[in-house]
Each structure stands twice: as C-alpha cells, then as structure tokens.
Design a binder for this molecule. Structure first.
Ligand code: FAD
Ligand code: 2HG
Ligand code: ZN
Length: 470
C-alpha cells in the first residue's frame, strides 16, 4: 500500500494525495450523511494524463478507485467502503472550460467543472446550458453525466444524456478514449458515449465532455398554483402543456407535507397563500422571443384552470426575486428533510397518466402496512418522476423506522414495477438500490450489464460494489 501511495504522490504531487482523516472528512461521507466510508487516500489529479497514470497504477496494484465529483449524489455512489483500502479519485481540480463554440452551439468542459460554472460560461456567451438542479452550486459535470442527472428542466431539454455530444474517458487500465466529438450525427457503430453516461463510475472515469448549448430564454414567467387535491396536478399539466407545448420548461409538484416541512426548516421560505393547500405546482414558461407576453398567457391559463376547478389559487411572480422565492420552497425540500431527520427515499418514474392512481394505491398500501408515516411526495411531475419519501411516524424512534427500510422499499417498488415504472428515475443505483436491482431488472439485462463491466474493468477496480453486485 505504501508503494502505491508513493507512486500516487509521484503522479499528482504529494499535496494532492490526502491521507489525514481531517483532510479526507468531506470526501468520505455523502451529502445526506447516510453513507460513511474510509479511504486509503483522496487523490486529486490536475489533468487527464494524471487520471490515466493514477488508474494505471491502481489497476496494476489491484486498488479500487471511487470516482468523485461534487459528492452530492443521492445513491451513495461516490462513498468508499469502510475497508480503508480504496482510493477516492476527486475530479474537482479539473475545472476548466476548454472551449465554447457559438456556431456549433457547444461547450467543451473538464469533468470537474461545477454545473453552475458551466451555466454561467454559457450565459456569458449569450447561450443557455439548461441542466438545472438543487445541487448545481456544487455538483460537477462528470457526476451529472455519470448519474445521467435529471433536474427541473428535463421536460423541455432532456436529462444529462440528451445534453452530451462527446466524452473523454479514461479506462480502468489507464487508456484514454478521446470521444470528444461535437457531432450531431455519427453512425459509426455502437454508441460508446451512451455506455459511460449513467454508468456511475463503474466503466470508466469521465474527464471531459462536449455539451449542447441552447438559445437563451429571454422571456420567462413563473407561477405557483394551489391545488384542491393532488390528482388535479395531471389535469393542470395537460392544460398547460397542451396550450404552450415546449414553452412549459418546468412543472414541479409538491404535496402539503413537503411545504409544511420547508416552512418549518428553511429560513426565509414563505408561501404566497394564506394556508398550505393539499398540493402545489410550480410552473415555469420560457421563450427565446422577447416579444411573447408569457405572464399574460400564464394568467389566461391559470384563470381557466381555476374556473375548471384544477386550481384554487395562483400567484405569478412579478420579478426575478419573487420567482426565486417561489423556487426556494421547491428547492428547499431536500435540505429540510436532512434537517428534520432521515427519510427513506424513493426516486421513481411512472407513466405520467398513471401518477394519480399510483399515489392513491401506494398510500393505501403503505398506510395499511405501517400506519402513521409522514409522506413527503414531490418531484418532476412533468417527467413522471416522483420523489416518494417516507418520514418516521411521531411514535417511532429512528432505529424502529430504519428497520422497516427493506419492507417499505419492497412495498413501494413492487407497486412501481407493477405500473411498469422505474425504481431509479434520476439519482442512479449506487449502493442504495444495488441489491434491489435484480428483483426488478430482467436477468438478460443484468447479464449484459455484468458482461460489459467485465469487459471494461476486468480487475473490478472501478467503483466496485456500486450499481452491480460484483
Ligand atoms: P458525485 O456525488 O460526486 O458522484 C455521483 C456518482 O457519479 C458516483 O457514482 C461517482 O462515482 C460518479 N462520478 C462522479 N464523477 C465522475 C466522473 N468524472 N467519472 C465517472 N464517474 C463519476 N439529481 C438529479 O438527477 N436531479 C435533481 O433534481 C437533483 N437534485 C438534487 C438536489 C440536492 C440538494 C442534492 C444534494 C442532490 C440532488 N441531486 C439531483 C443528486 C446529485 O446532485 C446529482 O446526482 C449530481 O448529478 C451528482 O453530481 P456530483 O458531481 O455531486 O457527483
Ligand atoms: C430534487 O428533485 C432532488 O429536489 C432531491 O432530486 C430529491 O431529496 C430528494 O429526495
Ligand atoms: Zn429530483
């Protein structure tokens, strides 16, 4: 082990090989404080060549490597095990914007670039990079691609996969794949890029990416709507999307418990309604044509929705500040959950038309098995993606609640499976869902995934034990 550490120091410089527990603290625990590991070292390379040399060294020594970006993932994918023998490969020093091409409408970035920095670089060039999520101030492009992150703009622009054109990847044995093409068309065989996207650091380390840019929206309108019940959200979605199409760039849904929690836990959060309604939708319309009067259009739509009984009240933000305050309620939900004590999370995707039926049935099933739990249901309703999180009943202690994790997961996920949904819509599998995967994924699909893993990483050094039982 000492010889490996010496080699790693020689590759990246001793100052970028962190071995002291104090220096490692921020890297060995995940954002939710759910997963705690130990590491031989945190290694911080400054270039693709250094990543390649680190992987070559670890592969030869049989040392496992855990790629890490902003460490905001929600599936425990970036946390090492507790053996103290794994190396965390932190990409955050690799944070350069390599190129921005306004004609091709692309940006080429190092994998360790913070998402918000990429958004900013696009903005400075009069363009728009649409990937947007609550952790955008600290998550990295490499992590976004490795988890195929979603977020609040998938409805219009797609998830991380749909925003990537090319990748640079270092393979387990240190070979570098330069797939940094900025092509919209390339039918020269298997799509290697798409294999790495969503592979959660198990097939290779993403070191750079070419990303698609879009025209910057110059007109925007944001509204928060109070709903009479959660089922009304689907009618409202159909109304808005039917009328404005792709100009509906976000349609976020929150049930009453989530809003109550944010109002209690997040300083400065306030609701523009007199009372907390059973459910809320936060919708955003955007247009690249400054002449479009989006607030007027939204006002019309909301009046019709209230008339039809799909909403009971609505507020349209009158300024950027007001829009931010409305978003604060939505984006505060994760933080509020962490402050209020741990939850059992489910990040599920369902056919959109089945969401209301699913929520009714799932609540009945969970309540019958485990009375009194607090349901924190919210998410990207326009994508069919719910965060179906459960919080302990007031009479339970944490330990009794956690003992229910397996049975609650099975209840929720069996039902998701019956509705032909997915048990991980956007957060990935990591270690959180790894052991559940075989229950819901076909044997054929799992075998193909295992075969790919063995092909790309025969020594099983890349994020072992994540995503697949390997
Ligand atoms: P990390 O957490 O560091 O890593 C995540 C996974 O990717 C790990 O398996 C890791 O090994 C791997 N990885 C990281 N970098 C690389 C690389 N360069 N090459 C290969 N593998 C790599 N997610 C959503 O999808 N939608 C949301 O709306 C959303 N909202 C969030 C809100 C909050 C407040 C928080 C804390 C998280 C949220 N997330 C959301 C989850 C998380 O932010 C995203 O999954 C994000 O994309 C992870 O990026 P990261 O750089 O932090 O990755
Ligand atoms: C979001 O949409 C994130 O806010 C986090 O995906 C979800 O906290 C969660 O469960
Ligand atoms: Zn989400």
């Amino acid at each position: 082990m000492n010889a490996t550490l010496d080699q790693l120091c020689a590759i990246v410089g001793a100052g970028h090989v962190l071995t002291a527990p104090d220096d490692q603290r921020a890297y060995v625990v995940d954002w939710m404080k759910k997963y705690h590991g130990r590491a031989l070292a945190v290694v911080r390379p400054g270039s693709t060549a250094e990543v390649a040399a680190v992987l070559r060294c670890c592969n030869e020594a049989g040392v496992a490597v855990i790629p890490q970006g902003g460490n905001t993932g929600m599936a425990g994918g970036a946390t090492p095990d507790d053996s103290g023998r794994q190396v965390i490969l932190s990409l955050t020093r690799m944070n350069k914007i390599r190129d921005l091409d306004p004609v091709g409408n692309t940006i080429t970035v190092d994998a360790g670039c913070i998402l918000a920095a990429v958004q900013m670089a696009a903005n400075d060039a009069g363009r728009f990079f649409p990937l947007s999520l609550g952790a955008e101030g600290s998550c990295t492009i490499g992590g976004n691609l490795a988890t195929n992150a979603g977020g609040v703009a998938v409805l219009r622009y797609g998830n991380a996969r749909e925003l990537a054109l090319g990748l640079e990847v270092v393979l387990a044995d240190g070979r570098i794949w330069d797939g940094l093409q900025a092509l919209r068309k390339d039918n020269t065989g298997y799509d290697l890029r798409d294999l790495f996207i969503g592979s959660e650091g198990t097939l290779g380390v993403i070191t750079a990416a070419v990303l698609k840019l879009h025209a910057a929206p110059v007109a925007q309108a944001t509204a928060m709507m109070a709903l009479p019940d959660r089922d009304a959200a689907l009618a409202l979605f159909t109304r808005l999307r039917g009328r404005v199409g792709d100009r509906l760039t976000a349609f976020e849904f929150m049930t009453r418990n989530c809003v109550d929690l944010v109002l209690k836990q997040v300083a400065g959060a306030s609701l523009p309604f007199a009372a907390v309604p059973p459910a809320i939708v936060l919708a955003e319309l955007s247009d690249t044509d400054a002449g479009t009067d989006l607030p007027a259009l939204l006002e019309d739509l909301l009046a019709a929705a209230i008339e039809a009984g799909e909403a009971t009240d609505a507020v349209i933000a009158q300024s950027g500040e007001q829009a931010k305050a409305l978003w604060r309620i939505r984006e505060g939900i994760s933080e509020a959950q962490v402050r209020a004590g741990k939850t059992i999370k489910h990040d599920i995707a369902l056919p959109i038309g089945q969401l209301a039926a699913f929520m009714d049935e799932c609540e009945r099933v969970v309540e019958a098995a485990c009375p009194g739990l607090n349901f924190l249901v919210f998410g990207h309703l326009g994508d069919g993606n719910l965060h179906y999180n459960l919080q302990r009943a007031p009479h339970m202690d944490d330990e009794a609640f956690y003992a229910l994790t397996g049975s609650l997961n099975a209840l929720v996920h069996d039902l998701v499976h019956r509705y032909r949904g997915s048990i991980s819509a956007e957060h990935g599998v990591g270690q959180l869902r790894r052991d559940e995967l075989p229950r819901y994924k076909s044997g054929v699909a799992l075998q193909m995934m295992l075969d790919l893993k063995r092909l790309f990483d025969p020594g099983n050094i890349l994020n072992p034990g994540k995503l697949l039982q390997s």
